[in-house]
Design a protein around this ligand. Sequence first.
Ligand SMILES: O=C(O)CCC(=O)C(=O)O
Ligand SMILES: [Fe+2]
Length: 264
Amino acid sequence: MTAASNQIKSTLWEKNQEYPLTAESLRMLIEHRIPLIRLKEFASAQECETLYAQSQSLNFNAYQDVSPKIEKVGITVFEYNSISKANYFKEVERATKLRDSIFAASFNPLERIMKQFRECGANVRIASEPDYGSYYAGLIRKIEHGTQVHIDFAPLEQSEWEVCTITTQLSWTLYLKLSDNNHGKTCIYDRRWQPSDEQYKLDSYGYSDTVITDVDTIAFQPYVGDVLLFNTSNFHYVEPMDGQRVGFTSMIGLLPNGEIIFWS
Ligand SMILES: O=C(O)CCC(=O)C(=O)O
Ligand SMILES: [Fe+2]
């Protein structure tokens, strides 16, 4: 892969300013015209601390086959791909009860972000599967050792689930707890995944640096209370954190009919 051919797949982002969430910025993010949206002070320091404190008495589970280690409370479709849809939906009820008890003792960031999307004119709901019902949405996630360069795009990971019919995937993360240093940035590249990149796949989710050679990038510095929203079919990675880095997160997908769905 040469630098010249990488440039063809980049979109020359408008990245000199940071955008808040509006109908226009959401459209620009979906169309890869801007790298990210920051929702500044989405939650108060007190709300973040209370939600984080709730997670402290719970068991975080590490993703199987993901290195460096990423831990979370809650379940993901990604992990049930190779198991089964029926098993995933069996776990949804239990995971949702636990999540809702955490929200009841702190606050509900999922409802808040969905409301903000609705205020931008978006038609949003939790993803749902015929014969099974709602998906699970909302992980408390620790990414403290960094990630490999990767993308997140459900149609590549699974088939025959509603989430694999999306045309664009975003993620949102509310940062709950961060050690007091400038590590743990999220680096996003102006380079979309394309089918020929599969030759550079290293393991269950990482890609070789070849895919990002000479590509424009932005390093997002997270702050407690802010939300990062970006298009996860752009290659990205998280820098290792020298300490704690805990967020609340889910996936967001755009369906061909214009609806926007949330899931984890
Ligand atoms: O924790 C973050 O800043 C982003 C992590 C990530 O890879 C994602 O949300 O897709
Ligand atoms: Fe990601």
